[in-house]
Write a protein that binds this ligand. Structure first.
Ligand SMILES: N[C@H](CCC[C@H](N)C(=O)O)C(=O)O
Length: 294
């Protein structure tokens, strides 16, 4: 039987991005890809991302996190999930920390300080974006060495060309379009997620500039598919839009699930993401869920 059987989880969402939170602090347990897929397959614990908390690694941080997609693959970043974890660590009666000082979470990609703005709204410092082609990573050096306009196109949609690439600890590719709702994103996403240009695959966004401080965004997520929102994609998009001179360094990103406020802070180059969290329910994993999972 899986050691995860009967463990408590929280089901939450960040702008409709489905998040399951599992606290494994104080245990040596790790989640396997097979177990992650089993948790995702159950309607009660279904997620776009599973946020797993482990004991802190870096002194002064509150927890380290591993992030799993629906297909069991791992990501270095999840903005919406990070806000949900922050809510759990200040408001959930079981996970809540005794102290109310600022919270710092850690992922494979770095340290993420979080501030509570109101009851359910949090600002996460998502760190500095990776902008070199090797940071994304891309397979080849680009004719535009800044990776602002990268050399790829969709064969049967010629206007989908020269997307921008940004890493927020995970790879993001952003196509600039006149109407983000006019495309079959699942079809485009499936093709580009696995394009040989992206050795670690990629999250694929369609971005429409509404004004210098407002962007409409739809995202196909690596390992999870179409989601109602993706926080790291919103951060990557604002950074790319600002580098292209399409927006300033601060904008509202409107996703199907709602709005995020993103700022690429001038003083230190960090990206700040502010948005809501919503608690849905808690549960425990039924042992039957893991039948057949190693
Ligand atoms: N929904 C997440 C991002 C998940 C990214 C994941 N699909 C990957 O990079 O593998 C967010 O709010 O930032």
């Amino acid at each position: 039987m899986s050691a995860l059987a009967n463990r408590r989880f929280l089901k939450m969402n960040g702008l409709g991005n489905e998040i399951t939170v599992l606290d494994l602090r104080g245990t040596p347990l790790r989640v396997s890809a097979v177990e992650a897929r089993a948790i995702a397959a159950d309607p009660c614990s279904h997620f776009d991302q599973l946020m797993v908390l482990h004991d802190p690694v870096t002194p002064g941080t509150d927890a380290s996190m591993r992030i799993y997609n629906t297909d069991g693959s791992e990501s270095g970043a999840c903005g919406n999930g990070t806000r949900c974890v922050a809510w759990a660590m200040v408001a959930d009666p079981v996970m809540r920390r005794p102290s109310a000082k600022g919270l710092v979470l850690e992922t494979k990609a770095g340290l993420l300080p979080v501030e509570r703005v109101s009851e359910t709204v949090f600002t996460v410092d998502m760190g500095s974006p990776g902008l070199a082609w090797t940071d994304i990573p891309l397979r080849d050096p680009q004719s535009d060495t800044r990776a602002i306009d990268i050399d790829t196109r969709m064969a049967d949609a010629p206007e989908l060309t020269k997307p921008s690439a940004v890493s927020m600890g995970n790879p993001h590719i952003i196509f600039w379009v006149k109407d983000a709702t006019a495309y079959d994103l699942p079809r485009i996403g499936r093709v580009f997620e696995h394009d040989a240009m992206f050795p670690e695959k990629a999250n694929i966004s369609l971005a429409q500039i509404i004004s210098p401080d407002h962007i409409l965004l739809r995202v196909w997520e690596r390992g999870a598919g179409l989601t109602r929102a993706c926080g790291s994609a919103a951060c990557a998009t604002l950074v790319a839009a600002s580098r292209k001179g399409l927006t300033g360094r601060k904008a509202t990103l409107s996703l199907p699930g709602g709005d995020l406020l993103i700022e690429w802070r001038e003083s230190d180059g960090h990206v700040l993401m502010t948005g809501p969290t919503e608690f849905e329910h808690e549960g425990v994993f039924s042992p039957a869920l893991f039948a057949g999972a190693a």
